[in-house]
Design a protein around this ligand. Sequence first.
Ligand code: MN3
Length: 200
Amino acid sequence: MQYIPEELDYAYDALEPFIDQKTMEVHHDKHYVGYVDKLNLALEKYEDLQNKSIEDLLKNLNNLPEEIRTAVRNSGGGALNHAMFWKLLKKDSTVSGEIAQAIDEKFGSFEEFKKQFTDASVKLFGSGWCWLVVSSGQLEIVTTANQDNPISLGQIPILGLDIWEHAYYLKYQNRRPEYIEAFFNVINWEQVNEYYNKSK
Ligand code: MN3
């Protein structure tokens, strides 16, 4: 069985002007689909593994055959991270519900959370992701390199920001902080709240 790329459930231009149409087209149709294709290729000879969810594969990387472990880590991570990322994007959503309360309790205020998340994202060297995770029942901001997903470390991601240059370079070039600021205008907080509640 092959993994199928997730379709966007909104138009490529739905996030304008914060994330532009061209970036969404290239990011989804080329980069993301490429990860799914490479994951399928890596698992071609392993029919028993093809029936597992990508989450299961990434939670148990050390149980995978060594010859495909790195490919699954990179391509499976790319497939899962982006599938989640697309769902996390929506305009005109405001933080509310249990997650709003949990953020206030953990960080003191939403502004303080935003500051810490932005800071971690700006400082990440090279390509990777910044996440809000639930770790041992606690909210935490973490970053990962490349396409690593926090579930490989036993954490549950509920919000993720793609900080690869392919995610923002067409519109923002080297201005990563502007991209991060724009991201805060298109976070789908209903979805984050749903992930948060599911984590409990
Ligand atoms: Mn990406």
